[in-house]
Write a protein that binds this ligand. Structure first.
Ligand SMILES: Cc1cc2nc3c(=O)[nH]c(=O)nc-3n(C[C@H](O)[C@H](O)[C@H](O)COP(=O)(O)O)c2cc1C
Length: 429
């Protein structure tokens, strides 16, 4: 065997051959490799409301299109004859070496996609060594997901509610279950104007979905129990739909469904959530509260303006995510790939700059890194993988994006992440 043949093939070639060799036996990929087919396949496995919640964006969904257009405007300029037989896709982030520059974005209400929800994603992420960011709006408590991940890297995403006690409690739970960073999402102090959900008059949280971090939290549940003597607002006319919602709520709440149907606690918990989850008054000065309460790196998610990136550094933050929440918050917002260069310039390497929103392929990962991102968050694609194929579906989506990234890197003439720089990209139009 020649030296050349002994070289590890890398994830790209390994994955390709896995697929092609299986094809010889008549076995096809569990979930489609192409993004469009993947989304289509997931749609078939989801209710209309669930699909709308995941697929939808704010307003006319222009931000979602802009996110894609901004990727498509950047063209990779491959270089030749550079011996790319060995490629290293690993990065260093907050003192940890990660096998790829990928993270799984925090995504709420994953049980809309699959009953194993966050736990299936956690297992898949752990197998691939890709950090999972547990959502504040998860369908399963962070402790359950952390247990499924063992030593594999996981982070916690926080929404700052009106209750600082709850914020403290969530952060200390995240520390106890081995999270290695806190991601504070800034762009959702109120829900965006999501027309698909509005047309279906559907918000999962009102049916008790996506509240697992709350209903498993001692501070939250104590506050709910303290309100049980108060009268709940009248439910209005009892319709079949209302009974269905109550049934769903009782099923989503911890404990036996029949007991939950009789208990006031389930409805009181939803009311408490609605009253407290959003904090539009949040401002830069509040960050000191969080900074004092955790030694974990704090990453601000939702930064789109260079001045906010500078402010993040000035307030002692450890990283930022350039994100527009996948176009779900402000319609007509700047695309993340358009915001990235200006932010990278002012940050000047002082803290990691991550990017999400619109990443659909390995070529997109390459383009974001070429513009200066340290790592990239994968969002909707892994939710489609979950809907279409559960844990294995998520694994395949992650492996496919990573494989394409590895091949793109090599075919563009880069052997390591450091070699992916501005020279490898040109702007079309
Ligand atoms: C269904 C859905 C739920 C989401 N839930 C959360 C969440 O709970 N917390 C959060 O910080 N971001 C949340 N996000 C935003 C993602 O973390 C990420 O920014 C976004 O999905 C990136 O856009 P893309 O999926 O189009 O690539 C959610 C996104 C989707 C699609």
């Amino acid at each position: 065997m020649s030296d050349e043949q002994r070289l590890p093939p890398g994830i790209g070639r390994t994955r390709q051959f896995e697929v092609y060799v299986s094809g010889v036996r008549g076995v096809y990929p569990r979930v489609p490799v192409s993004y469009e087919h993947l989304e289509h396949s997931a749609r078939g496995a989801m209710s209309a409301e669930a699909f709308a919640y995941v697929a939808g964006g704010a307003g006319r969904e222009e931000t979602m299109s802009s996110n894609r257009a901004a990727f498509e405007r950047r063209r990779i300029v491959p270089r030749m004859l550079r011996d790319v037989s060995r490629r290293d896709t690993s990065i260093e982030l907050f003192g940890a070496r990660l096998p790829s520059p990928l993270l799984l974005c925090p995504i709420g209400v994953l049980d809309l996609a699959h009953r194993d929800a966050d736990v299936a994603v956690a297992r898949a992420a752990a197998t691939e060594g890709v950090p999972m960011v547990f959502s504040n709006q998860a369908s399963r408590p962070m402790e359950e997901c952390a247990a499924a991940m063992g030593d594999a890297p996981h982070w916690f995403q926080l929404y700052w509610s009106t209750s600082n006690e709850l914020v403290e409690s969530l952060v200390s739970r995240a520390e106890r279950c081995g999270c290695s960073a806190i991601v504070l999402t800034l762009d959702t102090t109120m829900l965006g104007w999501r027309v698909r959900d509005l047309d279906l008059a559907s918000l999962p949280f009102l049916r008790g979905r996506g509240l697992a971090q709350y209903t498993s939290d001692p501070t939250f549940t104590a506050a709910v129990r303290a309100t049980l003597d108060e009268d709940l607002p009248p439910t209005g006319r009892v319709t079949l739909a209302a009974l269905g919602a109550l049934w769903e709520l009782a099923g989503a709440y911890p404990g036996p469904r029949l007991g939950n149907l009789r208990s006031k606690e389930t409805r009181a918990a939803v009311r408490r959530f609605v009253e407290t989850y959003s904090r539009p008054s949040l401002s830069w000065d509040d960050l000191a509260f969080l900074r004092e309460r955790t030694r974990l790196p704090i990453v601000l998610k939702g930064i789109l303006h260079p001045a906010d990136a500078v402010a993040a550094i000035e307030h002692g933050m450890d990283g930022i995510v350039v994100s527009n929440h996948g176009g779900r918050q402000v319609d007509g917002s700047v695309a993340t790939m358009d915001a990235l260069p200006g932010i990278v310039e002012v940050v000047a390497g002082r803290i990691p700059v991550l990017l999400d929103s619109g990443v659909r392929s390995g070529a997109d990962v390459f383009r974001a890194l070429a513009l200066g991102a340290t790592a990239v968050g994968l969002g909707r694609p892994y939710v489609w993988g979950l809907a279409a194929g559960g844990e294995e579906g998520v694994r395949e989506v992650v492996r496919n994006v990573w494989a394409e990234f590895d091949l793109t890197m090599g075919l563009a003439g880069c052997r390591s992440i450091e070699e992916i720089d501005g020279d490898t990209l040109e702007r079309a139009g």
